[in-house]
Design a protein around this ligand. Structure first.
Ligand SMILES: Cc1cc2nc3c(=O)[nH]c(=O)nc-3n(C[C@H](O)[C@H](O)[C@H](O)COP(=O)(O)O)c2cc1C
Length: 165
């Protein structure tokens, strides 16, 4: 199954489409009866959005609290973010090498697949982060973008099947 955290909906959309392709279920990390659902699954994709260089805090808390259960599964980590590639912009390190250390080390070590893909930013809906958006706009983020690789999802689903199936 896929367990996701999504502030603005892109990770949710991607998780649901991947779940359709993989013939499994996708749930938000605060869904009811998750422990039973995780207990019953053989593989677990942890899909999180990245905001302000961090993985969703509530999601991380959940992962840490269920580390023993989660580590019995075949694990994949999927990050949905604006900068999937490791690079530096104005002295800020981005990409997978920046975000992955947010996860507990043993979960990362055990992951059979770690992938970062593009999401989107719509300035109209990022109301909670208006001030940060203004700062980002002043530095490097000028345009809203939608680079969600929906067309790539069948390929990503195949990769997941191959590595976790
Ligand atoms: C306030 C804010 C901060 C963000 N910070 C980062 C960041 O540090 N690194 C990154 O790669 N993407 C960043 N993004 C891009 C998000 O990861 C992208 O919008 C993603 O699609 C959000 O997923 P969601 O719709 O599931 O919440 C940021 C977006 C917003 C709105």
């Amino acid at each position: 199954m896929i367990l996701y955290a999504s502030e603005y909906g892109t990770t949710k959309q991607i998780s649901q489409e991947l779940a359709n392709l993989l013939n499994c279920q996708a749930y938000p990390y605060d869904a009811p009866d998750l422990i039973e659902k995780i207990t019953d699954t053989s593989f677990l994709i942890l899909a999180s959005d990245v905001l302000l260089l961090k993985i969703n805090k509530g999601f991380l808390r959940f992962i840490k609290s269920q580390k023993n259960l989660i580590s019995q599964k075949k694990i994949g980590i999927l990050l949905v973010c604006g900068s999937p590639d490791d690079k530096e912009i104005n002295g800020v390190k981005l990409g997978i090498s920046q975000y992955i250390p947010n996860f507990p080390e043993d979960i990362v070590k055990q992951a059979l697949l770690i992938k970062a893909i593009n999401g989107k930013i719509d300035f109209e809906i990022t109301d909670q982060h208006k001030r940060m958006i203004e700062i980002m706009k002043g530095h490097f983020l000028v345009e809203p973008f939608d680079a969600t690789p929906l067309n790539d999802l069948p390929g990503i689903a195949r990769e997941i099947k191959k590595k976790l199936g």
